[in-house]
Design a protein around this ligand. Sequence first.
Ligand SMILES: [Cu+2]
Length: 325
Amino acid sequence: MNLSRIAIALAAAPLLVSAASAHVTLERREATAGRSYKAVLTVPHGCGTSPTTGIRVAIPEGVFSVKPQPKAGWQLATVSGPYARAYASHGRELREGVKEIAWSGGSLPNEHYDEFVFVAQVDASLAGAGQIHFPVVQTCASGEARWDQIPQAGSTARLERPAPALRILAASGERPAQGAGHGAAASVTKGDIVVAQPWSRATPGGARVAGGYLTVANRGAQADRLTGGSADFAERVEIHEMATVNGVMTMRGLGSGLEIPPGATVELKPGGYHIMFMGLRRPLAEGQTVKVTLTFERAGTVELDFRIGSLGGRSAPGGDDHSHH
Ligand SMILES: [Cu+2]
């Protein structure tokens, strides 16, 4: 055996695997909001040279109906818990489900490659979420590697151990629908409250929830609160907040409503504060206008016509992006 040749082979080995492909990643790095997604976690090496004996992945909010694929020679376990909100699945509202998957007890030599698979639904509300992340802990016969670093928004810094990332695409073109006439989305004034450009999105068949967006200005000297409302096409109308916590998009109901401070204009938009139509009684169709009554603590009820934009649209249909600065 030629020792010098072995030495060369060992020295060259790290160069054969590029830095990017050496990470635990998702094979397909884009998913469409409102659709199912098959996640294939690729594990190209062990911890150092130690064989991989376990893979544990955390499921971010907005990814539901998770079903892992069993692997021969590995034990499969899942951890379930409550979701931050209800997700619509086949006409039912899911309020809890798989939050973590663990494959354990196997042995994947450092020299070999393997895949760990699960299928899931990506909620329509994640359109506009950008990237979501699936932190992974890789356990080895000796040691572990945590693939759980999530980039700061806007940062391009290279991470040592990035969490597998998934880019969320809107269901259809980003171009908002061109509605009939600009004046249709005129603002509505009630007391000190002025509501402008109420709109929502077309919903896919079977959807049970939809978001509502608008701007609210308070011209008065006292704070008001948007507390909820009603609509004939939905069982409930709630006020929600969406925020990114550690790179994970979460949504929660604002039980006491949304404050509109005096003199302020508050924007309800995809990825931020929004109205949530829960328990849809019928789908919302692009180009339609639907009636919604919103309730303010001080100003009382405000009747609005919500214009329905395209599935996955990001801004008000027919709206001028520069109109609400
Ligand atoms: Cu919501």
